[in-house]
Design a protein around this ligand. Structure first.
Ligand code: 5GP
Length: 199
């Protein structure tokens, strides 16, 4: 019979406020047998965030030490803070034939594309800029100044959508979650990812 040769890396990007976090929670409900990588960041935790759950929160010194030790698959400065993907965690999961989701910005995604050209790159777009701004305000986790930085960065990030494998417009969390779950399920059936294991 046939089976998948190795784990698949799914990379999800999209502007701040587009709903990536909520969409991913929906995807995990529909596809429980997948790992969500937890990034390291120098951003201070928000009120509802716990170390080791949304992120590993570290100091800039610790982050720089990790860069020097080559512990990141990719890292980038986003909205003024550093964010990085742990390399060993990803490599171990993939080698073990487990799939992994990364939720990272477009700079990080470009770096991952070089190391993992067979990764599946998914871009989430908002229905409109107005809608994005509304969601950023509604979320209420950033100050006005911070919202403006995120909005300006969003305009830069939009330019990147075309090189991603899939683009999903987030009209509704449930629908977007279902579409991404379908992409994951379809990619798992891609013939080029399968190997013959004998009868
Ligand atoms: P937030 O501060 O809102 O949690 O995330 C800000 C941005 O950083 C988002 O666009 C998110 O995708 C990105 N991000 C989160 N983790 C990583 C990471 O490990 N690497 C990179 N390059 N970006 C990340």
């Amino acid at each position: 019979m046939v089976s998948k040769k190795e784990g698949i890396l799914f990379i999800i990007s999209g502007p701040s406020g587009v709903g990536k976090g909520t969409v991913i929670k929906e995807v995990l409900k529909l596809v429980p047998d997948i790992n969500l990588s937890i990034s390291y960041t120098t951003r201070p935790p928000r009120k509802n965030e716990t170390n080791g759950k949304e992120y590993f929160f570290v100091s800039e010194e610790e982050f720089n030490r990790m860069i020097e030790r080559g512990e990141f698959l990719e890292w980038a400065r986003v909205h003024g803070n550093l964010y990085g993907t742990p390399k060993r965690y990803i490599e171990e999961r993939l080698k073990n034939n487990e799939d992994v989701i990364l939720e990272i910005d477009t700079q990080g995604a470009r770096q991952v594309k070089k190391a993992f050209p067979n990764g599946v790159f998914i871009f989430i777009l908002p229905p409109s800029i107005d809608e994005l701004l509304k969601r950023l305000h509604k979320r209420g986790t950033e100050k006005e100044e911070e919202i403006q930085i995120r909005l300006n960065n969003a305009k830069e990030e939009f330019k990147e959508w075309e090189w991603y494998n899939y683009t999903v417009i987030n009209e509704s969390i449930q629908l977007t979650g279902e579409i991404i779950a379908s992409i994951i399920k379809a990619e798992r059936c891609r013939t080029s990812r399968l190997g013959w294991k004998g009868l």
